[in-house]
Design a protein around this ligand. Sequence first.
Ligand SMILES: *Cc1c(COP(=O)(O)O)cnc(C)c1O
Length: 227
Amino acid sequence: MSGSSIAERLSSVRERIARAEARAGRAAGSVTLVAVSKTKPVEAIREAYARGQRVFGENYVQELIEKHHALADLRDLELHFIGHLQTNKAKDVVRARATVETLDSPRLATELAKRAVNEGVRVPVLVQVNVAREAQKSGCDPDALEALIRHVRALSSLELRGLMTIPPHDDDLERLRPHFAALRALRDRHLDANATLSMGMSADLEVAIEEGATHVRVGTAIFGERS
Ligand SMILES: *Cc1c(COP(=O)(O)O)cnc(C)c1O
């Protein structure tokens, strides 16, 4: 695949998503593709945009800011912040008008809400859940989710859209299924049935869609390996 273009890889990812939607009995087009463009140049984003891609994911605050400015002419571009967010960078992410997929603490929620008020905007957020309770991983513990959701809902400048997770790495994709199912169960318990479930990446998007993903975050399969 390394010789193929972004346009070709993007259409093969779209085909994978469409096949998974059909197999899982999901409506065609019900899964949103978040193209993860971290470490890739703005030209790569423009190429995908020219092929109809509108939602892009970034992991690093500095890079998010630079791309937000460099791509300001693309008015309907939607940037999602999917990296670990430190409280002292909340302001920058709000200024870049990004959706925050990695909200994982009351403290970060309060800070984002304050910055959103200052900027006069509402910030769309997903709560990142550490479904497997991995010690080294960020994300809210499943047992702390209910309290965090209550905290976020009390902050009117945040718009809670749903949940996101990054399961433990596993080459056996079937072993990821229970983690995706766990996020879905948490969504069904605490949020609306149609709230966002951001889960699944290049290697495992089919399993995630079968388990109910509404958003898949795909980098390598669209933009190639990162150096
Ligand atoms: C990098 C990244 C992705 C994309 O991973 P690929 O394997 O390149 O598709 C998705 N989600 C998060 C949180 C990431 O950091």
